[in-house]
Design a protein around this ligand. Sequence first.
Ligand SMILES: Nc1nc2c(c(=O)[nH]1)N[C@H]1C(S)=C(S)[C@@H](COP(=O)(O)O)O[C@H]1N2
Ligand SMILES: [Mo]
Length: 386
Amino acid sequence: MDPRLGELSGPARLAGPDEDISAAELGLAARNHGLPLEAMVDDLTPPGLHYVLVHYDIPRVRPGAEWPVTVGGRVRRPLTLDVAELRLRHPATCRVTMECAGNGRARLEPRPISQPWLVEAVGTAEWTGVPLGEVLAEAEVEDAAVEVVFTGADHGIERGVEQDYRRSLPLAEAMRPEVLLAYEMNGLPLPPQHGHPLRLVVPGWYGMAHVKWLRGISVVDTPFTGFQQAAAYRIRRSPDDPGRPVTRMAPRALLVPPGFPDFLSRARVLRPGPVLLEGRAWSGTSPVRAVEVSTDDGRSWTAADLDAAGGHPWAWQSWQARWTATPGSHVLCARATDADGHTQPLEQAWNTGGFCNNAVQRVPVLCVPAAGPDGDPVRDPGHDPG
Ligand SMILES: Nc1nc2c(c(=O)[nH]1)N[C@H]1C(S)=C(S)[C@@H](COP(=O)(O)O)O[C@H]1N2
Ligand SMILES: [Mo]
């Protein structure tokens, strides 16, 4: 490794006690956008509103160009698949809620310096493609196989290590029938930012497993130790802690933002009276069994009405609760518990990479009566959102 590559970003770092978001973090946040939370009113997220995370560059794929995907390693019949050929096979579709493992990172103290997500790195789409297990069966996986390694076409540097984006899955996970080689999102060809022309979709797992711009599938007989597996995406309490791998999504509930926002602070404003609180909840290990809401910053909780998973076990569920807003300041919260009994903490246990922070969302709201005839808003000349 050329030491100059390591100097480009320097070592992994935590923000100082009062250190604001840097221009580098802002640059990442501008490229990697989140879901506008008001879009959670719909079951499916339109592609342009689904969160995006791209470690390096979106590869250029010319329209109509061939896209050979190799299937090799510990298989008896190595294959080369073309996306056009995959499209002729019997398709499978799965509705999947996908969330970045770094969602919630910017709320940790100290803040690990990286993509600074608050809570918005999530989206739900219907992915159509070919079950990976069918392709692996066709390639005849050898008995010695333990994992399958997936390589994307994007290339870059991370903490001094030059690499293609690459991740592995244990063989048993790769063979799950709902794991797809997907070429469509919500019934249309994948958009460039979501992996056109082919990506892996691993329902239940955090986003990093869903390798985009997929060009290689390799079956291996020892656990994969590439950067994104062994160095990144591990829950570590300290830099020398070997840690444990990030895998499935922890439970989380989010509120559709109630009322209307203040432009800059995004603080929510609403009127006194009945308010329907609603949102979405998901978990990667088992369906969400209960959602509770709090209107007093987590001091007391009441059960919300939770819609059944309804044939979409890998997608978020919607929930609703009624509340009568009274004038003043309130902090609204929602908390999901899944069928395995995993629930969301009020305070997050910290880890060096800032992964899996599913601490309960806090939504401050200001309840004010409607402006009277004399209370028309005055334009603030110092504030131009353009
Ligand atoms: N090839 C490749 N695949 C990738 C990534 C990437 O940078 N390159 N990012 C991963 C991460 S960290 C996430 S969270 C998801 C994001 O998928 P989306 O942008 O379609 O929402 O893609 C994953 N797959
Ligand atoms: Mo991610």
